[in-house]
Design a binder for this molecule. Sequence first.
Ligand code: NAD
Ligand code: DAU
Length: 339
Amino acid sequence: MTIIVTGGAGFIGSNFIFHMLGKYPDYRIICLDKLTYAGNLSTLRPVMDNPNFRFVKADICDRDAVFALFEEEQPDIVVNFAAESHVDRSIEDPGVFLKTNILGTQTLMDACRKFGIKRYHQVSTDEVYGDLPLDRPDLFFTETTPIHTSSPYSASKASADLLVQAYHRTFGLPVTISRCSNNYGPYHFPEKLIPLMIANCLNDKPLPVYGEGLNVRDWLYVEDHCKAIDLIIHNGRVGEVYNIGGHNEMRNIDIVKIICKALGKSESLITYVTDRKGHDMRYAIDPTKIHNELGWLPETMFRDGIEKTIAWYLKNREWWETIISGEYRHYYEMMYGNR
Ligand code: NAD
Ligand code: DAU
């Protein structure tokens, strides 16, 4: 089995590559990644020498590079993680989100059509469903919840999903789509809530909480997401969407306080800053379908997952310190300087 994993130098893609190479020693995994600011080759160091692994630096929008790789490798499966993934950046500069997330998906699927493929899997997000009100805890996103997007990021991901479904219906491409809730764990880029708060805490810097910190996210340990995708690409039904989430809803402010406590830092570091534009209030996934059809259930409780995550950031300071001391500093200054 040969699998092309796009975006494998990022957070979830790298964790997925580690999972797949560990579980299927006879699979060949090719990582296709442009190495944007969010891609980090050092993340893939543990597998670089694995004879079943190959890294290719390329843009998923580059037709020539993508088609050449497909011709050479004749993949059985493509799992598309490659994306611009940060909501705040999409509010500052939507263009690259539309290009990578929509046109990149089209390029990959065109290659899949030309070279024949057993499965094209699109890694999507629960953000395509928009948000839920805080005063209706009985409501959850199911696979039939209408698409209703808030940010340029979520609009680009939803557009890609529609295109994937169109390629299935029109061209018979064997596709699946997964829509997961917020992930956390090792190799999470420090612009996102949990790693940003861990890094700032460790550096005794202010912890910028948007608005009142009451927004709710449904957190899932990254390994559980990877296991769900593994199940979908092997046993999921073609043409189907699968929601992935672990019924672990938490308010942002509570997450930040947990991190302060775990690191022995004062909550006085918490600073309430101007809210995100169009900020989604609550995400909550109903994972009944993937549970009933594929037997998936999350395995990591939040209290264990956050402990493992914090331990990872403590042990791997060089990984994130290299990031926050480089180009990322300009982004941080622009985003948080006058907030
Ligand atoms: P990330 O930003 O950490 O990584 C994205 C990776 O894609 C990087 O390695 C980057 O270099 C690569 N990339 C970006 N543009 C590219 C291009 N044009 N060509 C090739 N590679 C390119 O993202 P992540 O958090 O790991 O998310 C991965 C996927 O999962 C995304 O599609 C995202 O929408 C989805 N998702 C993320 C979460 C989450 O909580 N992080 C939850 C649900 C779904
Ligand atoms: O739900 C899945 C999505 O989760 C993925 O599709 C996205 O790729 C991923 O980035 C994530 O999006 P969010 O916007 O939910 O994640 P983020 O970590 O940026 O923010 C989580 C919450 O924390 C959100 O309510 C905004 C808030 N926040 C975030 C940052 C970076 C803060 O209060 N302060 C911050 O500095």
